[in-house]
Design a binder for this molecule. Structure first.
Ligand code: SAM
Ligand code: DTB
Ligand code: SF4
Length: 339
C-alpha cells in the first residue's frame, strides 16, 4: 500500500488505442486499478480521453423537476421519497402535476439556459392510464420547445417504452445505483435484474439510456468499480451516466452517512470518463457539499453535464447564477441547443 492509500502507480496516460476504441469487457480489477491510481495521473488520463471524444469545454445544463413527489412503495434506503420513511422525513406527498405547470417550468429552464429537461416521478413502475397519458403529453410538449426530454418513472414494460419513444422522448433515466453485490443492502423491494430489464427495454425502443449510480452509501471501492463495470459492460454504453453523491436526508436510513470526499467524486468521474469515453458524464446530486473548486476538478476529470436549477427532485442544488459563474471561472461554456 502506498502512502496515499492507493496502489497501482502505473497506467496514467491513455495509449492511442485506448483513446479511440470503445471497450465493453473491462474487468472489475482493471477498473479498480484505474479508480485507485494516483489522482493527478488519473485526472490527466481522463482529460486526455475526454479531449479525443468531446467538443472541448462544453457543459450541458439539465434541469430537473419532480412531477410526482413522495409516497413511493419502494424502500430505497437513500431516498426521501420512499413511503417507508415518510413519517421520519416528513415529506409531503403530491399528486402528478398538470401538463401546463410542467411546461411552464420547462420554458423557464430553457430561458435560464438548460437544454435538457428531466422529469422524475416517485413511482415503482408505470401504470397505463390517465397519469401515463399525461406524462406522454409532457414529453411531447418539452420536445416541441426544442429541448431534450428525459423522464425517470421506475420500471417499464416494452409497450410503455415504445409509447415514450413515439412521444419523442430523448432519454430515460434508470440508475443501477450501486454494485450487484451491495444492492440488497440498499433496496429490498426489487432486484438488480429488474433494473437491467427496464434498461434493456429502453434500449430496444431506441430511446437514449441515462444510467448511473450513487456513491457514499457505505459501499467499498470494489463496489464502485463493480458498478462501473456493469455500466461499461452495456453495449452500447449509456449515452449519459449520472454520478450522484448521496444526499443524506434526515429520516432516511442513510441519514448518518459521512459525506463523500471531493476526491472520491473526482475519481469516480474520471474513471467513468476513461472507460465510457463517449458518454455524457453528469456531475449529479451532492454538489451542495462540494466546493466550487472540487466541482471544477470534476469538470476537469471529464464531467460534461450538471443538474441545473435550485432544486434536484426534493433537495436543494446550487443557485443557477453560481453555476454559470463557476462554468465561466473554469473557462468552459454552456452547451447551446442545436438549431
Ligand atoms: N422512482 C424512479 C426510480 O427509482 O428509478 C425515479 C426517481 S429516483 C428519485 C431517481 C434516482 O435518483 C435514483 O435511482 C437515485 O439514483 C437518485 N437518488 C434518489 N435519492 C437520492 C439521494 N438522496 N442522493 C443521491 N441520489 C439520489
Ligand atoms: C439522477 O441520477 N439523479 C437525479 C436524477 N437522476 C433523477 C435525482 C437526484 C435526487 C436527489 C435527491 C432528491 O432531490 O430527492
Ligand atoms: Fe421510489 Fe425511485 Fe425513491 Fe426508490 S429511488 S424510493 S423507486 S422514488
Amino acid at each position: 500500500m502506498s502512502l496515499n492509500g492507493h496502489e497501482n502507480q502505473e497506467q496514467t496516460v491513455p495509449t492511442p488505442c485506448e483513446a479511440e476504441e470503445l471497450r465493453y469487457d473491462w474487468s472489475v480489477d482493471e477498473i479498480l486499478s484505474i479508480l485507485q491510481s494516483p489522482l493527478v495521473g488519473l485526472v490527466h488520463r481522463a482529460q486526455s480521453v475526454h479531449r479525443v471524444h468531446h467538443e472541448e469545454g462544453t457543459v450541458q445544463l439539465a434541469s430537473l423537476l419532480s412531477i410526482k413527489t413522495g409516497a413511493c412503495p419502494e424502500d430505497c434506503k437513500y431516498c426521501p421519497q420512499s413511503a417507508h420513511y415518510a413519517k421520519k422525513t416528513g415529506l409531503e406527498r403530491e399528486t402528478l402535476l398538470d401538463v401546463d405547470t410542467v411546461l411552464e417550468r420547462a420554458r423557464a429552464a430553457r430561458a435560464a439556459g438548460a437544454t435538457r429537461f428531466c422529469m422524475g416521478a416517485a413511482w415503482r413502475e408505470v401504470r397505463d392510464g390517465p397519469d401515463f397519458d399525461r406524462v406522454l403529453e409532457m414529453v411531447s410538449g418539452v420536445r416541441e420547445m426544442g429541448m431534450e426530454a428525459c423522464v425517470t418513472l421506475g420500471m417499464l414494460t416494452q409497450e410503455q417504452a415504445d409509447r415514450l419513444a413515439d412521444a419523442g422522448l430523448t432519454a430515460y433515466n434508470h440508475n443501477i445505483d450501486t454494485s450487484p453485490e451491495f444492492y440488497s443492502e440498499i433496496i429490498s423491494t426489487r432486484t438488480y435484474q429488474d433494473r437491467i430489464d427496464t434498461i434493456a427495454r429502453v434500449r430496444k425502443s431506441k430511446i437514449d439510456v441515462c444510467c448511473g449510480g450513487i456513491i457514499g452509501m457505505g459501499e467499498s471501492e470494489r463496489d464502485r468499480a463493480s458498478m462501473l463495470q456493469v455500466l461499461a459492460g452495456m453495449d452500447p454504453h449509456p449515452e449519459s451516466v449520472p454520478i450522484n453523491a448521496l444526499v443524506a436526508v434526515t429520516g432516511t436510513p442513510l441519514e448518518k452517512q459521512n459525506p463523500v470526499e471531493a476526491t472520491e467524486m473526482v475519481r469516480m468521474i474520471a474513471t467513468a470518463r476513461i472507460i465510457m469515453p463517449k458518454s455524457r458524464v453528469r456531475l449529479s446530486a451532492g454538489r451542495q457539499s462540494l466546493s466550487r473548486e472540487a466541482q471544477i476538478l470534476c469538470l476537469l476529470a471529464g464531467a460534461n453535464s450538471i443538474f441545473y436549477g435550485e432544486k434536484l427532485l426534493t433537495t436543494p442544488n446550487p443557485e443557477t447564477d453560481e453555476d454559470i459563474e463557476m462554468i465561466r471561472e473554469a473557462g468552459l461554456h454552456v452547451l447551446e441547443a442545436e438549431r
